[in-house]
Design a protein. Structure first.
Length: 132
């Protein structure tokens, strides 16, 4: 069975690389976009993802995040804070990924950075009555 037209057993490594790299890149971009879309859904009612540098930094400081997504533009424009944010996520046992393609465009529209949360931390509302 042929997996992809043009692939054959007698291909050189260079021919194989040239045939496979575009397919691999397309799959990687699709996977990245799926993660970004899932984080958009998690940031809704579940509040399991945050967007933007302030909320992502807050989640990293509390070691609340298990995944940080960044865009190349965010890294270029916020080099020092991005490095600190990455270090905090990694120190907390989280993973970091720089996205590209459509995922990059979507994430850039939301500030260029997002963090998936391990848990939801509900803050008490100021002035709310407390049950005794």
């Amino acid at each position: 069975a042929q997996v992809e037209p043009g692939l054959h057993v007698l291909m050189s490594l260079q021919e194989l690389r040239a045939a496979v790299e575009p397919i691999a890149a397309e799959l990687a971009h699709a996977a990245q976009l799926a993660v970004v879309r899932a984080m958009q859904e998690l940031s809704g009612a579940d509040e399991r993802a945050v967007w933007g540098d302030t909320d992502s930094a807050d989640a990293a400081a509390r070691r609340q995040s298990d995944l940080l997504l960044l865009t190349p533009r965010f890294l270029d424009e916020h080099e020092e804070p991005a490095e600190e944010l990455i270090a905090r996520i990694l120190d907390g046992g989280g993973a970091v990924a720089v996205v590209s393609g459509e995922a990059e465009r979507v994430l850039d529209e939301e500030g260029g950075v997002a963090a998936r949360l391990r848990y939801v931390r509900k803050e008490p509302v100021a002035g709310a009555a407390t049950a005794v």
